[in-house]
Design a protein around this ligand. Structure first.
Ligand code: F3S
Length: 104
């Protein structure tokens, strides 16, 4: 499966949603997540994200993010079409520690 990581927080560009053939993205206030059981591992979303927030779970260090994607995809609503990015997305795109600062 692919997972959405911290880089999405406060940005939410949603280019990923547009290309997903199985509509497996779910939307929270500050970020999106991928449902790991619905993702078919096609990989088309990965290059679409302008902040590089989507990675295959085979990359190291993503255990926490896989768990978070799984947990929140169970309760957040499905998102199936692209929408405007968050208003300050460009200001937040290179920021670090976004999870501690903004995730709630
Ligand atoms: Fe987030 Fe990137 Fe999609 S910022 S909403 S993972 S295009």
């Amino acid at each position: 499966t692919y997972v959405v990581n911290e880089k999405c927080i406060k940005c939410k560009y949603t280019d990923c949603v547009e290309v997903c053939p199985v509509d497996c993205f779910y939307e929270g206030e500050n970020m999106l997540v991928i449902h790991p059981d619905e993702c078919i591992d096609c990989g088309v979303c990965e290059p679409e994200c302008p902040v590089d927030a989507i990675k295959p779970d085979t990359e190291s260090g993503l255990e926490k993010w896989l768990e978070l994607n799984r947990k929140f995809s169970e309760s957040w609503p499905n998102i199936t079409s692209k929408k405007d990015a968050l208003p300050d997305a460009d200001a937040h795109k290179d920021e670090s520690e976004k999870f501690q600062k903004y995730f709630s």
